[in-house]
Ligand binder design. Structure first.
Ligand SMILES: Cc1cc2nc3c(=O)[nH]c(=O)nc-3n(C[C@H](O)[C@H](O)[C@H](O)COP(=O)(O)OP(=O)(O)OC[C@H]3O[C@@H](n4cnc5c(N)ncnc54)[C@H](O)[C@@H]3O)c2cc1C
Length: 401
């Protein structure tokens, strides 16, 4: 078996790359150890910029619902930032159907899908790279795209290791719920709730109402813990969080029996995203927002960038690390500065955050600027300086009051 490109992992990163490559008639195989539809630990919240960049998501009905409001609560619940808009502020997906839909789009364009089999190894010689599968068979290819998630085998094979002190560790559950109950609890707007540092956690809790589900979870940012801080018991923290949500009337007193699941996302990009004939995308490359854990957008963007680089490499018939570094340059150009800043800030996750929310919630104009920025094509990133300057103004105002 010989392909131009073999993609390991059919999540948003791999499926996006496969769609683009097969649209250009590149002979592509998409491999995944799971069978689809499959569950993936996730909140399923998308910023609107995902839909602006990947317009086909709405056209192919992959969005479950939209939220036009959200609230960010301080740990004491004394202050909150309250956003409301006439346009959606966030889109929601169910990962089971979303990922299956992305894979179907890639297949429709001609990508070959092989599921239910694990990739174990890579071997190379001068002219080719081989993907070794768990049944002992191999696939020959010119390029491998590693999109196999946080504990990526492909990353390990090129010497990149996921650091366990730079991850977000989560516990979450997605509860089925009647539409009427969802409306009663979160309004027509399906308001999203974020609770900062619930019960002292170095992270946050989330409530993402969807069409007929509510996704609830807690995350602890390991990079924000100092060596003397004890790791929280996430099971207990999650149970306490559910109790608190019930008291706040953000959950009914009885919930369907659903077992919470664990999951993790990377909070630090890999030093190298490329090696000879190999590129890493999405969580495999550590490409998740270090402050929030938002990863679907970055997975899809990196899949897109790696696919375009692979097309160029196949045209030029050059597959060495320096040719593929084009991918890293495109990534760095668009995201590197923001990621570096967020990574630095994420080590101080939670420090003074209640105070920052108190300042922000006291300035209506700041709220309006942020609220207008969220649904824009570039999201808040586009207006970050405007937001920062207004925040500094609000902070001075708060001091003199
Ligand atoms: C609890 C939780 C909540 C989150 N909430 C959000 C959110 O609300 N919004 C958001 O944008 N992001 C969220 N994220 C992050 C988001 O889920 C990831 O960033 C995103 O799924 C990354 O996509 P990916 O394609 O890189 O990898 P994945 O979606 O992880 O896909 C990797 C695929 O590779 C396959 N695979 C792995 N190893 C092998 C192998 N050896 N051989 C073959 N196949 C293999 C897996 O089966 C899987 O299908 C959350 C993450 C967690 C853990």
């Amino acid at each position: 078996m010989r392909y131009d490109v073999a993609i390991v992992g059919a999540g948003p990163a791999g499926a996006t790359a496969a769609k683009i490559l097969s649209e250009q008639n590149i002979h592509t195989i998409l491999l995944d150890k799971a069978s689809f539809p499959r569950q993936k630990p996730c909140g399923g919240g998308l910023q609107m910029r995902v839909l602006h960049r990947f317009k086909y998501l709405e056209e192919h009905d992959l969005i479950d619902s939209y939220s036009t409001a959200f609230q960010i609560h301080t740990s004491t619940l004394r202050h909150q930032i309250d956003f409301h808009h006439t346009r959606p502020l966030q889109a929601m997906v169910l990962r089971k159907t979303f990922d299956e839909g992305l894979v179907a789009l890639a297949q429709r364009n001609g990508a070959f899908l092989q599921i239910g089999i694990t990739v174990r190894d890579l071997t190379t010689d001068n002219n080719t790279i081989r993907v070794v599968l768990s049944d002992g068979t191999t696939i020959e290819t010119s390029i491998v795209i590693g999109a196999d998630g946080i504990w990526s085998t492909i990353a390990k094979k090129i010497g990149m290791i996921q650091r366990c002190d730079h991850i977000g560790v989560c516990l979450f559950a997605e509860y089925p719920m009647k539409q009427q109950t969802i409306q009663k609890l979160y309004g027509e707007e399906r308001g999203v709730h974020i609770h900062l540092q619930p019960n002292g956690l170095a992270g946050y809790g989330w409530v993402f109402p969807k069409k007929e589900h509510v996704n609830i979870g807690v995350v602890e940012f390991r990079q924000a813990l100092n060596p003397f801080m004890e790791k929280k018991n996430l099971q207990k923290n999650f149970a306490d969080y559910l109790r608190s949500l019930k008291q706040q009337k953000l959950l009914p007193t009885t919930l369907p029996k659903t077992i919470p699941h664990g999951g993790a996302f990377p909070t630090c990009p890999m030093k190298q995203l490329t090696a000879d004939r190999v590129m890493l995308c999405g969580d495999a490359g550590g490409l998740t927002n270090p402050m929030t854990g938002e990863g679907i957008f970055y997975a899809m963007c990196s899949g897109e960038m790696a696919a375009h680089t692979a097309i160029k490499a196949l045209e030029n018939n050059t597959f060495d690390a320096s040719s593929l570094r084009r991918y890293q340059r495109i990534w760095d150009h668009e995201f590197c500065k923001d990621f570096r800043l967020m990574h630095r800030l994420s080590k101080r996750w939670g420090k003074n955050i209640d105070h920052l929310i108190q300042i922000a919630s006291g300035d209506k104009k700041l709220m309006n600027i942020i609220c207008e920025a969220i649904p824009k094509p570039g999201g808040v990133q586009q207006d970050k300086w405007k937001i920062l300057f207004r925040f500094l103004y609000a902070s001075c105002k708060n001091r003199v009051q």
